[in-house]
Write a protein that binds this ligand. Structure first.
Ligand code: AHR
Length: 327
């Protein structure tokens, strides 16, 4: 261990002892590791609620490993308070860059101000935040959730052209998350002026398959006639399909299904005709996140807003050439 690394280690140790924030000294983000030269990136992930999320996490971990970046990874288990704690621990740890997926859009200003005061640049990824002060973070890379919502509505406008009445059930993602808000807003904006489309029921399923199943069972009891399920992620859609299998309704025929993420399981359901439209949300952002973090650590500026490339797969397309999804 060279002198610089040793000093950094001792400094970190004293800060951790002072604050009691010793958890980051265990497991993967260890003091031992921090003796390595190079970029230290603190990454706060929201959890492992879906196959999409697990792929997103692997993508970040693999890209960090490949680039020789030391990753301090924290899983917030779906709680904003855990994320705030993780960000504070990264500040205490004096990481070079912080990246995080904000579980909800509001409530980040204080901790981001602390990072700014500590001179640590912050990259926001996947989900966006609401703040009156955009100087609190360096940039965003992630999905364009409003566009995803618009794509879902565009598919329905084509599918139901000339139909007098279309009753839609919307199963939203986590309440207060930018992706649930964007997917709802974009969908509604695109359907505006098309009064034949009515959202008869809208409820949050928290991006969980188990909730998709429970909600669909409940919704079927409340509504005799449903034309469309618009689900904010594939996990919940798979739960919806599980519930529909317990009925005589044929998914994809009796009820049109629009879903977001493009997990392999959803693409397989599209090929089987049980789902009608799959909108890709791209989780493989690891390499871009690491590239941006490296730029930030060198003091370079990065674009304030970058949306990742995403595709739409529908029953009207040639589905024989879709590459295996890997999630
Ligand atoms: O923020 C992206 C969303 O979060 C994905 O659509 C969903 O599957 C995930 O859990």
């Amino acid at each position: 261990m060279n002198g610089h690394a040793l000093r950094k280690c001792l400094h970190i140790l004293s800060l951790l002892l002072m604050t009691g924030l010793l958890f980051s000294c265990r497991g993967k983000g260890t003091l031992e590791d921090s003796s390595r030269e190079g970029l230290i990136l603190g990454f706060s992930q929201i959890g492992a609620e879906s196959a999409w999320r697990k792929c997103n996490t692997s993508s970040v971990k693999e890209a960090a490993e490949e680039a020789g970046v030391q990753l301090l990874f924290e899983n917030a288990e779906q709680k904003q308070e855990n994320q705030i704690k993780a960000l504070r621990s990264f500040i205490v740890y004096q990481v070079d860059v912080i990246a995080f997926v904000p579980i909800v859009a509001d409530g980040w200003d204080n901790v981001l101000k602390e990072a700014k005061d500590a001179g640590i640049p912050v990259l926001i990824t996947d989900r966006k935040i609401n703040t009156a002060d955009p100087s609190l973070y360096a940039g965003f890379i992630g999905t364009d959730s409003k566009q995803e919502g618009r794509e879902g509505a565009r598919f329905l406008l084509k599918k139901f052209a000339g139909t007098e009445k279309v009753r839609i059930v919307e199963i939203q993602g986590t309440e207060g998350s930018s992706v649930a808000i964007g997917r709802s807003e974009g969908f509604r904006e695109e359907l505006e002026g098309h009064d034949e489309f009515e959202i008869i029921h809208s409820v949050s399923g928290d991006f969980l398959r188990s909730r998709g199943y429970e909600l669909m069972r409940d919704i079927l009891k409340r509504h005799d006639h449903i034309d469309v399920i618009y689900s904010h992620n594939d996990g919940m859609t798979l739960g919806v399909l599980d519930a529909l299998r317990e009925t005589n309704l044929i998914p994809g025929k009796d009820i049109v299904i629009v879903t977001i993420d493009a997990e392999q399981a959803a693409i397989d359901a599209l090929i089987r005709g049980e789902v009608n439209c799959v909108i890709e949300c791209n989780p493989k952002m690891g390499p871009a996140i690491i590239d941006l973090a490296e730029k930030l650590s060198r003091g370079e500026s990065i674009p304030p807003l970058q949306h990742v490339r995403e595709t739409v797969f529908t029953e009207y397309d040639d589905l024989s050439s879709i590459e295996p999804r890997g999630y």
